[in-house]
Design a protein around this ligand. Sequence first.
Ligand code: SAM
Length: 277
Amino acid sequence: MNYRHAFHAGNHTEVFKHAALTLILEHLLQKPKPFAVLDTHGGIGVYDLLSDEAMRTNERDVGVNKVFGRPISTAPIYQNVLESLNGQGLRFYPGSPELVRRVLRENDRLIVCELHPEDGGTLRERYRGDPRVYVHLRDGYEAIGAMLPPPERRGLVFIDPPFEGKDESDRIAQALRSGYRKWATGIYAVWYPIKDTTLGDRVSTAIRDAGFKNAIRAEFCPIRRDGVTLAGSGMAVCNPPWTLKHRLQRLCDELVVLIGGKFASWSVEAIPDAQAA
Ligand code: SAM
């Protein structure tokens, strides 16, 4: 495992992914019934943007640097967490476990998996004192088969892999099949990077083949899509909250102004053949 997420914290794919994640959390928070989130690929939770890793790439320049301190009216939870972590100016970037943890109520739960031993240790240490957070140093894909459905029967499975290996989309497909068998009514969100068009199509096919009837796919690319460069990223959501499509459209509309370049593009659409029967 060579991938270290610290090199990429706060880049444009992160801003889109995390803002979109908070829209799903907003939906879960609307009802008093407790929910659970299974975050299969957790990272370390919070990233220091002044670390050697982050400074080496400066990926935040086209990302959180462009949104911090400006209103993000379409994703208020995302903006609030960014601000509350950074009272003295932008330094820390919240990863998915931190964004989720910050909105948990007393009886909600976050289960996070991280396979990298050092990052997993950091994550476990960070959340040691929070009884609502369970950190597992294990394979997140396998956790889908082992830990679902959650007793709460309400919640989200967030799948955010590094896309290091060539078999990542196969593993996603397998995980979605297993997830559908174990918990067909859960919300599943799968993030993917966009260089060419194939990954998004493969994730869509995996969702349809797993059996999900209702799914959407949102893609946000602040950079021109040339088939090679990391132009942006996508999020596919199975069993999306009914307002999510519209909320994601509004989010992309706002982000494109904040971080989009001249050739920025976005789309939010139902995944063909996975529409409500
Ligand atoms: N979700 C995190 C966030 O939003 O802040 C970032 C996740 S990062 C893209 C992917 C993480 O998954 C890395 O920290 C990597 O070490 C970890 N990882 C890679 N393969 C894994 C697996 N099979 N199970 C669990 N974690 C894995």
